[in-house]
Each structure stands twice: as structure tokens, then as C-alpha cells.
Design a protein around this ligand. Structure first.
Ligand SMILES: [Zn+2]
Length: 441
């Protein structure tokens, strides 16, 4: 049994209880089992539970008892909680962002489970949390400090016979236990503790390096044009509208900047715009038409990009992925079209599609805001507030870490095999709960 959803608002109580109930009923019907492996994300917040996975693992544990080993693999953006650690014998997370090691993580979890079944005992465990949050773009493992931290993790693992994970977390989940964590499993508790402590200290020391330079769309496009070389494209990841973090991929701010600056050979993909895709299919390839791109966005202050475009191609949106992230996955995104905007010798091409892909119109609460100014200073505020809360200094108030900034534009070299969910950066930030941005003390 497997299901998934793009980051959005809370999982409904009804969906959670039905799916969890079905899982447990099937597990019970399967009779006694030797071991359990669960493929989880780790940052699920439901209408009635802050820690969806912790509760799920506790129910599975109650059903099968203490003797059956339970192992789960997690996304790198998991918010690992005390309950998840308690009710599970082993947790293994991805080590790459963009996530190109999903299969390898499942394999590591499988080996851990196999090792438990062979040994007949659960490994010892060590769990450490960090007291600061970071924006998603700065968690990219192609750049520092994450690159070196995951390299260190890989060195510590064999050195201390520990299956080690570092989960930078998903700050937008916005609940008290949300945040960075290090977890380790192995036969010797002292060695496991040395491994987790070493890595946690290195992460704490790198706190300052997680801050990032912030760019407006115009500045980002200008930098890309300065840095671009023939045959070496520059990728701008528009994380302010990232469907992997709650956006819809339906805003046109970056497109407007590309057109305004006449960025040579620019391609934008994908823009979620079902009405425009439908219109292109009606008119057909090879024709010109007036489009109002991004009209469906509904984000406050967002202005659709109107103009005449040439419909270069139309397609049904069915394809098999070939990149490192989803190699072999068969996609069905619905009708798509490639539009071209010609301005003398230079043009911009846009691929668009209806909303069957990621980011299917989440409620407004999780939609993007129109602030364009950098909010880097808030990351510092998150750190201080989190520390105050965890040290019991929040005056009894529940610290709300809020949503860390995703509002910087990073230029990512394209030749590094990055997937579309790359760690780029936003121009506008996710709608914060304004109250959460006030100091808690
Ligand atoms: Zn993730």
C-alpha cells in the first residue's frame, strides 16, 4: 500500500485515519510477520496530529508487539521526533537534495532490517536534535555546508559501525519538534553516540554557513546572463513557487524577468496553467495566439503575463522519466504545450500543463506571498527562538518556528545532474504566520 501528496495544507483527519486504518488492517490480516519496512516521508502534519509518522509507527508497534523489528526510510526533509525514534528500531534517511538516492536509501533500510533479523536483536540508537532551522535552498547537498557534512557522515558510518542519518528537516511543517536531527543505529551504543555527537557538533558549527545570499528575479537573471557560457546553461530554481515545498508552479515573476532582460535562449519549465494549455491544444501547433499566462495563480499581487506566443508543440503529457531522481517513472501530467515568445533573434520558450502534476492548488494558507525583499535576518530569529523554547525559556508559549526563508535565488550549475526539484531559491517567500515571526521571548 503506497500513497503520496505534494506538500500542501494538513492531511485531513479522514484521509489519515482511513489510510492508517487500512494499513493496520492489512498488516493484521497478513498474520505474524518477521519484520516490517515502511517507506515514509517523515514530515506529515495532519489536522489532528503534529507528528503523523510518529503516531503511525506507534500504532504499528502496538499491533505487532516489541519483538518484530520495524525499520523505515525517510525523506531528507523529515522532521524526526521522539515518538518516531521510540516506536521504530531503525530509521534511514536520504542523503541527497535534490533526492537522487531514494533507491539507495531503501536499500540501506533493507540491510538494516536484514541485519536485525540475522542478529535477533535491535541495534542501539542515538538521537540528537539541533536548535536552529534553515531554509530549504541552503540544505542542498551539492553546496556547502551540507556537501561536507554528508561527506563526514559517510566517513563516520564505517568508522563507528553506525547507520547514520542527518535530517535537516522541513521548517514549513511548523510544530515544536520540527527541525534538524542526527540519528544513528549500531551494535555498540558508545560508538553510535560518538558518531551522532561528532556529526551534530559539526552541523552546529556550520550554522552560519547555512545562510544564503538573496536575489530578486531581475538580479538572478542578470547574474545568470553574466555567468552563462556557450554550451553551459545556467539553471535558476524558482523556489518561491516550488511545488516540492508547497508552491503551485503557476506564477510568472521569473518568466517576466527573463523576458525583460532578454535572456538568450531562455526556457521555462514547467508552468502550471490548464486554461492556457487547453487553449493551445484547441488552436494547434504552429499558430500564434494571445495568452495570459499565470492567470489562475490567485496569489495576491501576482500579475498574469499577457502577450502573443507561438504554439510550438502540443503533447499529451505522458512520458517516462530519465533523470536521476525518477528514472523509469511513468508520468501523466495531462495536456501540455510549448509556447515560444520571439523577440528579434532571441526568444523564451515555456512548457505548460494543467494541474495533474505536482502542486494541485493548495489552500491559500500554504500559497506564496508577494514579498520580494530578503528576510535573511529571520533565520537568526528562528535560531534564538528555538533555543529559548528548548531551554524552557519561552515563557510557556509554544514556540512556532514558522517557515524559514525560501526567498533567495541561487544559480545552480546545470552540469551536476540536478533534478528539477533542485535547491534553487525563491523570489517570494511562503506565506508566514506573521505571529510566528515575532520573538517568543
Ligand atoms: Zn524532500
Amino acid at each position: 500500500m503506497w500513497g503520496a501528496a505534494s506538500p500542501s495544507a494538513h492531511v485531513t483527519r479522514d484521509a489519515y485515519e482511513r489510510i492508517a486504518g487500512d494499513m493496520l488492517a492489512r498488516l493484521e490480516a497478513a498474520g505474524p510477520v518477521d519484520g516490517i519496512y515502511l517507506d515514509l516521508h517523515g514530515a506529515m502534519v495532519t489536522e489532528h496530529l503534529d507528528d503523523g509518522e510518529g503516531e503511525l509507527l506507534s500504532r504499528v508497534r502496538r499491533l505487532v508487539g516489541d519483538r518484530v523489528p520495524i525499520v523505515a526510510s525517510l525523506d531528507l526533509h523529515a522532521n524526526v521526533t521522539q515518538a518516531m525514534i521510540k516506536h521504530c528500531d531503525g530509521l534511514v534517511s536520504y542523503r541527497t537534495y535534490p533526492h537522487v538516492d531514494m533507491a539507495a536509501s531503501g536499500e540501506r533500510a533493507g540491510h538494516l532490517l536484514q541485519r536485525m533479523l540475522t542478529a535477533g536483536v535491535a541495534p542501539t540508537k542515538s538521537f540528537r536534535t539541533l536548535d536552529f532551522l534553515t531554509g530549504l535552498p541552503s540544505q542542498c547537498t551539492l553546496i556547502e555546508p551540507a556537501k561536507s557534512l554528508y561527506a563526514m557522515l559517510a566517513r563516520l558510518e564505517p568508522e563507528h559501525d553506525t547507520v547514520l542519518s542527518f535530517t535537516p528537516g522541513f521548517p514549513m511543517a511548523d510544530f515544536p519538534e520540527c527541525g534538524m536531527a542526527v540519528l544513528g543505529y549500531g551494535p555498540d551504543l558508545a560508538r553510535v553516540q560518538i558518531a551522532t555527537a561528532s556529526l551534530a557538533h559539526a552541523i552546529a558549527d556550520a550554522e552560519g554557513e547555512f545562510s544564503m545570499e538573496l536575489f530578486t528575479p531581475e538580479a538572478a537573471v542578470s547574474r545568470a546572463m553574466q555567468r552563462g557560457e556557450p554550451g553551459a546553461p545556467v539553471v535558476l530554481a524558482d523556489t518561491q513557487d516550488n511545488p516540492g515545498a508547497g508552491g503551485n508552479g503557476d506564477t510568472t515573476g521569473l518568466l517576466a524577468a527573463l523576458l525583460a532582460r532578454r535572456a538568450p535562449g531562455a526556457v521555462l519549465g514547467l508552468l502550471i496553467d490548464p486554461p492556457s494549455a487547453a487553449k493551445a491544444h484547441v488552436i494547434g501547433a504552429g499558430h500564434k495566439a494571445i495568452f495570459e499566462l499565470g492567470e489562475i495563480s490567485g496569489v495576491q499581487g501576482h500579475v498574469p503575463l499577457a502577450g502573443e506566443f507561438t504554439i510550438e508543440r502540443v503533447a499529451d503529457g505522458r512520458f517516462t522519466c530519465t533523470g536521476p531522481m525518477f528514472a523509469g517513472f511513468r508520468m501523466d501530467l495531462g495536456p501540455m504545450a510549448v509556447l515560444e515568445k520571439r523577440r528579434r533573434a532571441r526568444g523564451a520558450r515555456i512548457a505548460q500543463m494543467p494541474g495533474r502534476g505536482p502542486g494541485n492548488v493548495p489552500p491559500r494558507r500554504h500559497r506564496t506571498e508577494d514579498a520580494t525583499h530578503p528576510r535573511a535576518q529571520e533565520l537568526g530569529a528562528f535560531s534564538r527562538r528555538l533555543r529559548a523554547h528548548r531551554q524552557g525559556g519561552a515563557g510557556g508559549r509554544r514556540a512556532r518556528p514558522g517557515k524559514s526563508g525560501s526567498d533567495d535565488v541561487r544559480v545552480v550549475p546545470a552540469a551536476q545532474g540536478t533534478a528539477p526539484e533542485a535547491a534553487g531559491a525563491g523570489i517570494r517567500r511562503h506565506r508566514p504566520r506573521l505571529s510566528s515571526l515575532q520573538p517568543a521571548v
